[in-house]
Design a protein around this ligand. Sequence first.
Ligand code: B12
Ligand code: SF4
Length: 430
Amino acid sequence: MPQSLRTVLIHTPCYELQDDRLEPPLGLLYIATWLNCHGFITQIVDLSSTAAPNWMSQIPPADVYGFSTYTPTYHRTLDIKAQLHQIYPGARFVAGGPHATALPTAVSRDFDHVVVGEGEASMLMLLLLLLRTLARGSTPPPTLTAPLIEDLDTLPYSDYALVDVPSYHRIVDGNPSLSILSSRGCPHQCVFCNSLVMGRAQKVRYRSARHVVGEIVALKEQRRINAFRFQDDTFTLNRPRLREIARLLKPQGITYRCFGRVGQCTSEITDLLYASGCRHISFGVESGSPRLLARMVKHQAVEQIRRGIGNAKASGLAVRVFLLVGFPGETWQTIQETIDLMLDLRPDEYSVYPVIPYPGTPLYNDPTKFGITRIDTDFSRYFQVARGRTTGYVFRTDALSEMDIAAMREILIARLAPVIQWAGDSTRNR
Ligand code: B12
Ligand code: SF4
């Protein structure tokens, strides 16, 4: 009987962030909804903003505990797991998400099972195997992985009754919002990005426009939510589908924000975005230096940055840019190129992250290829941006020390802050 296994999926708090309760954990919502559709009893416990002494009182008894793992909070996930293990020694503990996917061997030393990649099918398989094998005294394999889900329309709409929607703070154009995912994966292979690690780079999969807009309409009607944030790596990737989404969204009168690629943002696309309710777009600009963009394998020309940002602004979209500092090969000259480009283009909001070699990325796997001579192994420092604009400087190269990268970031901020708003200070878009 499937119902005999109770599962609790846990999101670890991240106190270091300016706001750690922006949005419900979408990955866990997908998995829990999927398991419940298959007859299991699954709950989500989102511990974001929950102080450590209150963790255990929030977590009900269960047979299986599943954790989303992120690199900078992995140590805290282990704390939660250790406390639960003391209380429920007979339970099974499962890790999934970005960190477990990147380092399955290391993580399998801490957990009974590790799920690599997308969790819906593997977690269902694990529970079915547990039911079967527990009865026989054996156990399922320590590491599970499943092929990527081909047809995302086969996944049900996330069941938001599993979380406390009003407790989240994400706002879009000044209004309370929910996150939505219309595709999985990215065809690009920027060497610092985690998208590769999740195995999603192999194949981008799209939900149909009708499925996406159907979910938005349902959330609008059931939860009175009129603002959304598309979490897709690149929402602007598939033009025919984007046109169809825009056509269906237009009569809905919602607002939304998304991530785009500058190279895809022709004026036709940015006008379409605005007309369908988009009010804010974020671009991974990274650098104003053609040489560094090439080293990052960003496949993005400075001219495309100019055109993409120009088109988005002309269409009326607020533009946020993400800049990277300290990529191997960065110099004061390349920093100046980034400053000049940004002062010229004047996006509305910006953020500056130091490059972090997250486990599983080419930077982490093959550091010497990029001239990286030392990587800090203290993962709790792997923050791109935390409270008060603090961050982690976790590697050095022959030419750049952690101090150099910190100094470059300070100068970038000092030059841009007077004219462009720091993303974390935006009051309309959090
Ligand atoms: C939204 C988001 C956030 C939000 C909210 C997170 C939340 N509550 O869920 C906020 C803004 C708070 C955030 C913060 C940060 N984030 Co973030 N974020 C994302 C983003 C854009 C979308 C996540 C999402 O919903 N994806 C959609 C779902 C369906 O996919 P998923 O989460 O990967 O889940 C699937 C699998 O991973 C797996 N799975 C996940 N959990 C579990 C658990 C179990 C038990 C199982 C079996 C499987 C499983 O199954 C899921 C369904 O298929 C991703 C990028 C991305 N495209 O995924 C980055 C991403 C997750 N973030 C990342 C980072 C680096 C951060 C920060 C460190 C940034 C910073 N400020 O310094 C912080 C700290 C995060 C932390 N908790 O430690 C990295 C993670 C890298 C890593 N190795 O940890 C990612 C991958 C971005 C990137 N490309 O680098 N983030
Ligand atoms: S940085 Fe953006 S474009 Fe590059 S691989 Fe990651 S998601 Fe794709």
